[in-house]
Design a protein around this ligand. Structure first.
Ligand code: ASP
Length: 317
């Protein structure tokens, strides 16, 4: 069924890839989310897709991804889910800002079926740049979305392909700002073909549909708290008083916590707030069990642990 599917869907959401600056060559003073996704595709001059495939583009949002919110995620999830259920659809490309790309990738990977490619791509330079990176990234994403050997959510940027769990924005300016640290890329896009670094992992397809809020309904309130020199419990106590539902703590090193923060987190737990501890280190994962014994969000960066906790809280009866 899928082999016969010929349609690649491109969902535009904004970002720098769709950004424009008043002056060509200005790579910083631009507005993200200006060009429609149809214009980005038109800019490729019809060269981007292997023959026999059909392209359909939809503008789901037109935002700077620093402003991504629950309504944006729900709208994007709904369009992806509808297209993935269509037998004619072979794969999906999402054009997205780099700022919260890793959060959207993890949210979609956690909640969508993983049978077909869903490829997020982005740019660090606006469409008006003297040498924009968006067009090649979009070409690579279209080729990857056509590859039935790469099902599930992935990210392609600057010629490399990344998987949702480890992908991060690592640099505020350079063209290859997206990476996976010590995990490295899952592969590379070379002239429209995926060269794998290792066998494509099967992504944990959501076994059952996740319960997501109806548009406009409230989500749980989950905040991220950082353990740092001079930490106190005051921020945690204030959040608990204000009614927070969950706290993700970006702990030091191997998931350790400032001695002034830990008692406040225990008070939060006793008040019914879900607490998950991660590490603020950019790479690696917590090894063993830190002495505080608070629950860990193993292997996830704080922003992704927050998404995992949101989804967990949403499934509670
Ligand atoms: N602020 C932009 C955004 O995330 C940056 C980018 O697209 O790279 O939408």
């Amino acid at each position: 069924m899928q082999v016969a599917a010929k349609k690649i869907i491109v969902l535009g959401t904004g970002g720098t890839i769709a950004g424009t600056a008043a002056q060509a060559g200005d790579n910083v003073g631009y507005r993200a989310g200006e060009r429609p996704v149809q214009a980005l595709l038109a800019g490729l001059g019809g060269q981007a897709l292997p023959p026999g495939l059909e392209l359909a583009a939809e503008q789901v949002a037109q935002i700077d991804s620093k402003d991504a919110d629950f309504a944006f995620w729900l709208a994007l999830h709904a369009r992806c889910a509808a297209h993935l259920a269509d037998d004619a659809v072979r794969g999906i490309v999402i054009t997205h800002g780099t700022d919260t790309l890793e959060e959207t990738a993890w949210f979609l990977a956690s909640t969508l079926p993983a049978g077909k490619p869903v490829v997020l791509t982005c740019a660090m330079r606006p469409a008006t740049a003297l040498s924009p990176d968006g067009p090649q990234n979009l070409c690579d994403a279209l080729a990857l979305a056509n590859d039935l050997g790469a099902p599930g959510v992935s990210v392609v940027s600057a010629g490399a392909v990344y998987l949702p769990q480890q992908v991060q924005k690592l640099h505020p300016y350079c063209v290859d700002a997206i990476g996976s640290g010590e995990g490295g890329p899952a592969g590379w896009m070379e002239e429209g073909r995926l060269r794998l670094a290792h066998p494509w992992p099967s992504q944990g397809a959501a076994a059952a549909p996740w319960r997501l809020p109806e548009p406009g309904a409230a989500w749980p309130w989950v905040e991220i708290v950082l353990s740092h020199a001079g930490s106190s419990g005051a921020q945690v106590d204030a959040l608990v008083r204000a009614g927070v539902d969950g706290l993700v703590v970006a702990g030091t090193g191997n998931g350790t916590l400032h001695q002034a923060l830990e008692p406040a987190l225990r008070r939060a737990q006793q008040a019914g707030v879900a607490v998950r501890v991660t590490s603020r280190c950019a790479f690696g994962r917590i090894v063993g069990t830190p002495a505080h014994g608070l629950p860990l969000a193993e292997g996830l960066a704080p922003v992704k642990a927050r998404i995992a906790l949101l989804l967990e809280l949403l499934q509670r009866p």
